[in-house]
Design a binder for this molecule. Structure first.
Ligand code: WTA
Length: 649
């Protein structure tokens, strides 16, 4: 097949409606979803305009809802609001004042809880301290911290002043921090002395010192004391957090900010070369993450919501900080690794805090499956009522495990599709409204208009894969790439006029459900048939001995490309016999076209730091001559992945 279409080979027809009990309590029933979706589609500006008025605080009301000059959008034009105010101050006159905002557990087991009022006070004091260092609206602050409450406090303090934050994940190198400081012209770096990961001390301040030697625009560095490892402090430049806030005023009113004031930059490593600074602004982003949080997680005031992402990724920005706090939720925040001190840490946390909603990543779920059910069985998970996933497609068999083992066949699973660029969740079941299918992100949220198009911009037929686009602006869309309008236009808006190009492939089935088929660049072309990576991988993962799989195309003289797969095992012995068994299994599941010619067993798959499989690296390995005469030994590509990421950041 040509013209950008993708062949689907996947057979998945299991359907899971929400339980009657879940439906009886939901905020959004099937009828309500239809009504919202239709209303948003009929008149998007009216829909978002009314929500913006009722859901955000306005220091000055906005005029026009949307000013759209493709590819540049302005939402809620002329209005003034403040995201920190919407997350904190709005709750102070309500009973939520004394409700837990952040419930935090450190990796060593230490615990802290901050009510909305306490969080408000800490944010105000830190914002005063930042103002005292001369920071003002429009300046950029880099935040490089472990997952401690002060990370959220720093973000909200920046937002209070209109200082643009750029959070850099605490695992990145000095080089990566310096690149981001320089690209954004950051004035300050907010960090910690150290952090904990699997019992090991991470010397964060030492890494920042190295970065600052190459970051001429950074004049100040604020250091939160977390680990007590006493890094050297450079006088005049470095300041202890606790010393700054000691004398800082707790009276720091939120700055009224124009709707389009940049709220944050988040760098993602692009598919090639230089990282991109995705730019998000204040009002539209704030509104969208608040509403999507309420819709998708069907949030109730008594819930404890746990998103296991790090604030260094967009998931942490939108669904640990801005979405849940705007909605007045109680958010659980955990500092460390899921397998520290043992592989049951997540289940232990859920039992002790009686967590109600768990939002995590497929890569974590596959690790739990590999580690074994005994770690789950030890714990009482009966408090859970809703589960979510984000970050990658979830293989149907991993979905089924999540459903049975963690959800006890009672909890709906919301498979949420979105991107750093989209700011918030774009497609996901609303759990009380939409029956789920394992591996499908189901339907778009109200106000989201997806389309699946071929190379010439024509919609592909149902059940054919094509390029997933968003065909109408939405409030949390990225406003550009930091300092690079041309690259923004080129990358997202040049291919198909009038459509935002997501870079993913997808198909819509006969029920109108969407299935994400992986990145456009990852499609495998076997004898003119274009196969999606996730479908081949899901077929492998449905074999009882396979824990994880990654599929890539390898150059092949006859077929154009042959399917090469990298597999990690839950059991069994790597070798030719198992290879033949897996080939037969794939043939049975999805047909001979997708049968891998090349199967390699590996101890771990190379992943990005946010947990996505690095298929591009595997493609290079699969194509590499020296590795072609492949053996059955276990290879470990993790070190290679690390090298590659360093190069690209
Ligand atoms: C992938 C994470 C399938 C997709 C919020 C997307 C998914 C990229 C899903 C964005 C999902 C994310 N099903 N694929 N539910 N969620 N992806 O910017 O390829 O880290 O384009 O944002 O992850 O990743 P990002």
């Amino acid at each position: 097949m040509s013209g950008g279409q993708i062949d689907t080979v996947m057979q998945e027809d299991r359907l899971f409606p929400p339980t009657a009990e879940f439906v009886s309590k939901t905020h959004i029933t099937a009828a309500k979803y239809d009504e919202l979706y239709e209303r948003a589609q009929a008149d998007p500006e009216k829909f978002w305009g009314e929500l913006a008025k009722s859901e955000l605080h306005w220091f000055k009301p906005f005029g026009k809802v949307l000013q759209w000059n493709e590819p540049f959008a302005k939402w809620f034009v002329g209005g003034q609001t403040n995201a920190s105010y919407n997350c904190l101050d709005v709750h102070l006159a309500t009973p939520r004042r004394n409700k837990a905002a952040l419930i935090w557990e450190g990796e060593p087991g230490d615990q802290r809880t901050l009510t909305y009022q306490q969080l408000h006070r800490e944010v105000c004091r830190f914002a005063s301290a930042l103002a005292g260092l001369g920071l003002k609206t429009g300046d950029v602050a880099t935040i490089y911290m472990p997952m401690v409450p002060e990370l959220a406090i720093a973000m909200l303090a920046c937002a209070r002043l209109g200082v643009v934050h750029s959070v850099v994940f605490g695992g990145f190198s000095a080089e990566a921090i310096a690149d981001r400081n320089n690209d954004a012209q950051a004035k300050v770096v907010i960090t910690a002395d150290g952090g904990w990961r699997r019992g090991k001390l991470l010397e964060l301040k030492a890494t920042v010192d190295e970065a600052l030697a190459k970051s001429p625009t950074v004049k100040n560095c604020v250091v939160y004391k977390r680990a007590g490892n006493n890094p050297p402090m450079k006088s005049g430049r470095d300041h202890w957090w606790h010393e700054l806030v000691e004398t800082a005023s707790a009276n720091c009113p939120a700055q009224p900010l124009d709707s389009e004031t940049p709220l944050f930059i988040l760098y993602t490593s692009g598919s090639t070369g230089k990282p991109k600074g995705i730019k998000h602004t204040t009002a539209g982003y704030n509104l969208f993450v608040k509403k999507t949080f309420q819709w998708v997680f069907d949030y109730r005031d008594e819930d404890i919501f746990w998103c296991t992402a790090d604030c260094g990724w967009v998931t942490g920005h939108s669904y640990i900080v801005y979405g849940p706090l705007s909605a007045g939720a109680s958010v659980l925040m955990y500092e460390g690794a899921p397998n520290w001190p043992k592989e049951d840490r997540f289940w232990d946390i859920i039992e002790r805090y009686r967590v109600n909603i768990l939002y995590t990543a497929p890569t974590a779920i596959r690790a739990f499956i590999k580690w074994g059910d005994q770690h789950v069985d030890k714990h009482d998970l009966s408090s859970l009522r809703l589960l979510g996933t984000v970050g990658e497609g979830i293989n149907p068999e991993a979905w089924m495990w999540y459903h049975r083992k963690i959800g006890r066949e009672k909890c709906p699973i919301v498979d949420t599709w979105w991107q750093t660029e989209t700011g918030g969740i774009m497609m996901s079941p609303l759990p009380g409204a939409i029956a789920t299918k394992p591996g499908s992100c189901t339907k778009p949220l109200p106000g989201v208009i997806p389309s699946v198009l071929d190379e010439s911009g024509r919609p592909v037929q149902r059940n054919n894969g094509g390029m997933l686009c968003i065909s109408q602006p939405w409030p949390a869309m990225l406003r550009g790439l930091w300092g690079d309008d041309e690259r923004y236009r080129q990358q997202y808006w040049s291919k198909l006029k009038g459509h935002y190009l997501t870079g993913d492939n997808a198909r819509q089935d006969d029920d109108g459900y969407y299935w994400i088929m992986g990145r456009i660049d990852d499609v495998i072309n076997v004898s003119g048939h274009r196969l999606s990576t996730i479908e081949v991988e899901s077929a492998l993962v449905s074999h009882p001995l396979v824990a994880e799989a990654a599929a890539v195309g390898r150059p092949d003289e006859l077929k154009g490309q042959a399917v090469a797969v990298f597999v990690t095992l839950r059991g069994g012995t790597p070798g030719d016999a198992l290879k033949r068994e897996l080939q037969a299994h794939v043939k049975k599941e999805i047909g001979s076209l997708a049968v891998p010619d090349d199967i390699r067993f590996t101890a771990t798959l190379p992943k990005t730091r946010s947990g996505k499989i690095m298929r591009r690296l595997l493609r290079d390995i699969a194509a590499g001559k020296e590795l072609v005469g492949d053996t059955s030994t276990l290879e470990d590509y993790a070190a290679l992945a690390k090298l590659r990421e360093e190069e690209e950041s």
